[in-house]
Design a protein around this ligand. Structure first.
Ligand code: USQ
Length: 406
């Protein structure tokens, strides 16, 4: 297949591009390199030394003989460029990762909120709009988030996107309907993914676009089979308070002797997936497109759930790291249960990589290898969800005063 990978320079986009190229697909990465610019804005860098996208694709070609093409396009701003590219190349499938993906970054300031909404929603809408205009019958696979469902304890399993409900009619009968599971975003970033869901519903209904939305949990790990092949194919690995995600952060913190930064009681339960499974799920989704004229296909892309404090305690036991119990910079439930259905991917052959499979050590080893690149002052999460909360989040675990970066 000819596949366009929008956002193919990012944390999940890059290993996905390699994985699909390895399988013989023709891969075109479209990216505006915004993630690299945000690193510059924040004054942080990936724990792992990343080369330019051009250098990465050169090394991949030298290693495998396969070409990955790169096109510098901003989906949110360059509608005509995007449309022109799609008209010329007419891909069979499009994978859409091209969104600002960090909740803390999206909550940093009014400017960051505006940026996240306009970037994410415009990127998605420009893409859908161009596909209709060009009569492009490509299968669109979008990377969404488990966070669209929210994290309140409901005592029932979260279904894969749709919820059957009974509605009482005016004449007293009960009719059944399947609705999108009620969205309950916990950040501006998560809210943009809820808006994406609505855009997909409309375009699937109105224009019969074939769309798959992947509600992904928190990704952990860094290497995949392909990124291991050469030092310069390494994936990015974020540790900072905005882009680093909880499990990877704890592992890096353990490796550099920094107390594990648990927010609040650590009673937050979240869904997780290893990066290797993430790219495998995208491959499976590509092989199972919905029918034209059918509804949006939704998969829960996660393999296990864990409570934040259990992860901290497990890593502390494994490495001897201290745990710091910090005021939570986010507005979120202090404790929640989470049960998630994920039978669809399992039924299509996903064989989950779980925490118990020795890969945690591998990440600690990677972190130790590149520990000299870590700026400890960038480890604490300083982005507070409200002004009231900002006043409470004052000191980092090492006792230094925290400054808000805006
Ligand atoms: N947390 C800590 N300590 C930390 C970092 C996080 O206790 O040092 C807590 C947070 O307060 C939160 C939980 O861990 O309760 C998860 O935070 P996270 O930063 O690992 O994940 P999140 O902000 O939800 O976002 C990440 C990705 C996002 C993806 C989402 C999937 O950045 O792109 O959509 O995970 S999900 O969480 O399922 O919504």
């Amino acid at each position: 297949m000819k596949i366009a990978v929008l956002g193919g320079d990012g944390f999940v986009g890059w290993p996905t591009s390699l994985h699909l190229s390895d399988q013989g697909h023709e891969i075109h990465i479209l990216d505006n390199l915004s993630r690299r610019w945000i690193d510059t804005e924040l004054g942080v860098q990936s724990l792992t030394p990343m080369d330019s996208i051009q250098e990465r694709t050169r090394v991949w070609h030298a290693e495998t003989g396969r070409r990955i093409h790169f096109h510098l396009i901003d989906l949110a701003k360059d509608y005509e460029l995007l449309k022109g590219w799609l008209a010329k190349h007419r891909p069979d499938a499009i994978i859409h990762f091209a969104e600002q993906r960090a909740a803390p970054y999206s909550m940093k300031s009014d400017r960051h909120k505006n940026y996240t909404v306009s970037n994410n929603v415009n990127a998605t809408h420009n893409l859908l709009n161009a596909m209709v205009e060009l009569d492009l019958d490509a299968h669109l696979v979008h990377l969404g988030t488990m966070g669209v469902y929210g994290y309140s304890t409901v005592g029932a399993a979260i279904p894969e996107g749709y919820l059957p409900v009974g509605i009482e009619t005016v004449d007293g009968r009960t009719v059944s309907q399947e609705i999108l599971y009620p969205s309950n975003p916990g950040s501006i970033y998560h809210m943009t993914k809820c808006l994406d869901q609505q855009l997909f519903q409309f375009y699937a209904k109105n224009d019969a676009l074939r769309i798959t939305d992947l509600h992904q949990g928190i990704v952990w790990g860094t290497h995949t089979e392909q990124t291991r092949r050469h030092a310069q194919l390494v994936n990015r690995f974020d540790y900072d308070g905005d882009y680093g995600t909880v499990l990877n952060r704890f592992l890096i913190q353990a490796a550099i002797g920094y107390p594990l930064t648990v927010h609040g009681t650590g009673g937050q339960t979240r869904a997780f997936i290893h990066i290797q499974d993430s790219v495998r799920c995208i491959e499976i989704a590509l092989k199972n497109p919905p029918q034209r004229g059918g509804r949006v296909e939704i998969f829960n892309q996660m393999t296990e759930t864990h409570r934040v404090r259990d992860l901290a305690e497990m890593i502390s036991k494994m490495t001897g790291a201290e745990i710091a119990w910090l005021p939570n910079p986010r507005k979120e439930a202090a404790e929640n249960d989470l049960i998630v259905r994920n039978e669809k991917f399992l039924g299509l052959g996903l064989d989950p990589t779980t925490l118990g499979e020795g890969l945690l050590d591998e990440i600690v080893e990677v972190a130790k290898k590149f520990a000299y690149r870590v700026d400890r002052s960038r480890v604490p999460a300083v982005s507070a969800w409200t002004k009231d909360i900002a006043a409470k989040v004052e000191r980092d675990p090492e006792g230094k005063r925290l400054k808000s970066v805006s």
